[in-house]
Write a protein that binds this ligand. Structure first.
Ligand code: SIN
Length: 277
């Protein structure tokens, strides 16, 4: 892909690229927007350094890519329902995103992308791992691809947001105790690239429709181990004011919590997506 207004440096053969030559706090011209979008489609997760954005600028950048998503359970700063705080510090009992996942896959229309801006990061530590679900799908045998083709799996959230993170109280949709759950294809086709990607994750996916629980556990367990293959990954070492923008339709991520009791702090804006097909 030829880029004219930005520089794009791949981080690994399968996933991830660092972008330079753009200030995300400023409105993007059409050419730069289109090149950033192309880079995201090509690399599945893109990174930017030395960005200073306030919440409004962060949201404005996200809105270039679509409507903003509101998390079903996580609290947000007063007046900014589209802002998700990401924080680990000496008081944390756990941090968000410690298990491989794509964001909020329990929603009927899971987010297309997530844009995380970290203001304060520990040194060293607090890296985020990303895994290409194209590479994971491509590496399966033809027999396993044929087995998974057309199958669906349940993505649930009560065990994550209700139990693990101790959520109590209001839900996004104003209904108490209705944690989202959805049935999605195990292999989805990316709406822009047309490539096939694995779409199950160990955080939210609980059961393959039509299989007995022990059969489903065995297949999902195999897929979760497969997703952990290092050749499908890149690892991003954050610095203060870095930004990561990942495509949840074809990438999973895992936040490393190796920095306790230090502080890691920032905000995420999430872009609405479509129903997986
Ligand atoms: C998340 O959005 O899942 C958290 C990612 C991170 O903190 O690196």
């Amino acid at each position: 892909m030829a880029y004219e207004t930005i520089e794009v440096e791949p981080l690994s053969p399968n996933i991830g690229a660092e972008i330079s030559g753009v200030d995300l706090s400023q409105p993007l011209g059409n050419q730069t927007f289109s090149e950033i979008h192309d880079a995201l489609m090509e690399h599945q997760v893109i990174f930017f350094r030395d960005q200073t954005m306030d919440w409004e600028q962060h949201k404005a950048f996200g809105r270039r890519f679509g409507e903003l998503h509101v998390h079903p359970t996580a609290p947000s700063p007063e007046g900014h329902p589209e802002i998700l705080t990401i924080r680990g510090d000496a008081k944390s009992k756990q941090v968000a995103g410690q298990h491989w996942h794509s964001d909020v896959s329990c929603d009927e229309e899971p987010p297309m992308g997530s844009i995380l801006h970290l203001h304060e990061v520990p040194v060293p530590g607090g890296d985020t791992m990303f895994a290409s679900m194209y590479a994971a799908y491509d590496a399966l045998s033809d027999t396993m691809k044929a087995f998974l083709d057309g199958k669906q799996a349940w993505h649930e959230s009560e065990h994550v947001h209700g139990k693990r993170y101790g959520h109590k109280g209001g839900m996004r949709d104003g209904e108490e105790n209705l944690y989202p759950k959805s049935l999605h294809p195990i292999v989805r086709t990316h709406p822009v690239t047309g490539r096939k990607a694995l779409f199950v994750n160990c955080n939210f996916t609980t059961r393959i429709e039509g299989l007995k629980q022990n059969e489903s556990d065995a297949i999902l367990g195999m897929l979760y181990r497969h997703i952990e293959t290092p050749e499908f990954h890149c690892r991003f070492p954050w610095r203060n004011n870095s930004v990561a923008f990942w495509d949840n339709r074809c990438a999973q991520h895992k936040a490393l919590w190796d920095y306790y009791p230090k502080t890691r702090h920032g905000y995420r804006v999430t872009v609405q997506g479509d129903r997986p097909v």
